[in-house]
Write a protein that binds this ligand. Structure first.
Ligand code: ZN
Ligand code: ZN
Length: 328
């Protein structure tokens, strides 16, 4: 099979690769479409301390080609989207229902070969059938929408809330869409004009460019979703949170930084880390099926497998929103 293999940081080779063999409880999937994500970009640039080579990519859909022993929940020929984190199910964290933060979870495209390949294997319990009428380019967005849905589920907006979303990238823009309901005032901030324009199109009531946000600095918010992972953005979130406010952290920073504890205590802020997803995929597939999420802005850039390297090199291009990879 053809696969894009990361052999060393910033060295992605499209080569012929031995196809995976589905083990007990697993399925083999012929990948049709994959999404390029910030995680792939971090892996590509050596920010994960993981053994290489590995085939990156965790956002993927395809058609089931083969069933491993004991699989009866899905059938050959079925279109599926992969939920790409596989908790161990046996540790205390998993038993408490926090499989998303299981210390032994296997992450597709990081700990095991991912979807930037013609074939990938995954546990049958972590594939979700794609409804008949749903386009590939819509279904492939389920994973990033689930990331946003998990944060919104942890800290849902209340009627009358003033909500700030820091970072209008893919996760920020899906978060915005999930909370864009009657009675909630939404504000988005970002470094990039194009993304702010998109946030406006997708329903943000106010947008601010970072660095030109004097008015924003004099505002306060009941609920803040921090999606950038930037230490300065975290500090801003704590500063702009209203007394009694809530702050969800979705962005992962590569560095540790001082936490303004006095402000957190004085304002009695509630801060929640939000890590990927637990059981949101079903809900997300339903939202996508019903057309409740605007997917158009995220599906226009479709490349071939041999262009992934270029896409990762230009990942921070301000005009890029989301890149999809057509495989097969
Ligand atoms: Zn992703
Ligand atoms: Zn576990």
């Amino acid at each position: 099979m053809r696969a894009a293999v990361l052999v060393a940081p910033q060295e992605l080779q499209v080569t012929d690769h031995v196809p995976p063999k589905p083990g007990p409880g697993e399925v083999l999937i012929r990948v049709t479409l994959a999404g390029v994500c910030g995680t792939d970009h971090s892996l590509y640039n050596g920010r994960f301390d993981l053994p290489l080579p590995v085939i990156p990519g965790h956002e993927g859909i395809g058609v089931i080609e083969e069933l491993g022993p004991g699989v009866c929940s899905v059938t050959v020929g079925q279109r599926v989207v992969i939920q790409p984190n596989f908790p161990c199910h046996t540790c205390e964290t998993c038993r408490k229902g926090y499989g998303n933060v299981c210390p032994s979870k296997v992450r597709l495209g990081l700990d095991t070969d991912g979807v930037f390949a013609e074939l990938v294997k995954a546990p049958a319990e972590y594939v979700w059938p794609i409804p008949g009428g749903m386009e590939d380019r819509v279904a492939v967005l389920a994973e990033p929408v689930a990331v946003a849905a998990h944060a919104v589920g942890l800290l849902p907006p209340k009627e009358g809330d003033r909500v700030l979303i820091i970072g209008a990238g893919v996760i920020g823009l899906f978060t915005l869409q999930l909370i864009n309901i009657e009675g909630v005032v939404t504000t988005a901030s970002d470094l990039v004009d194009q993304r702010l324009a998109l946030a406006e199109t997708l329903g943000a009531d106010h947008t601010y460019k970072v660095g030109e946000d004097k008015e924003l600095e004099s505002s306060s918010f009941d609920l803040i979703y921090e999606t950038s992972g930037d230490p300065a953005a975290f500090a801003q979130a704590i500063r702009l949170a209203a007394p009694g406010g809530r702050v969800a952290l979705l962005g992962l920073s590569g560095e540790e930084f001082p936490v303004p504890t006095a402000q957190i205590v004085r304002k009695e802020l509630k801060i929640a880390g939000s890590m990927i997803y637990t059981d949101e995929f079903g809900q997300v597939m339903n939202l996508l099926k019903k057309g409740k999420i605007e997917t158009g802005p995220f599906t226009g850039d479709i490349i071939a497998i041999n262009e992934i390297d270029k896409a990762l090199k230009t990942f921070n291009d301000p005009d890029r929103v989301k890149t999809l990879v057509s495989i097969g």
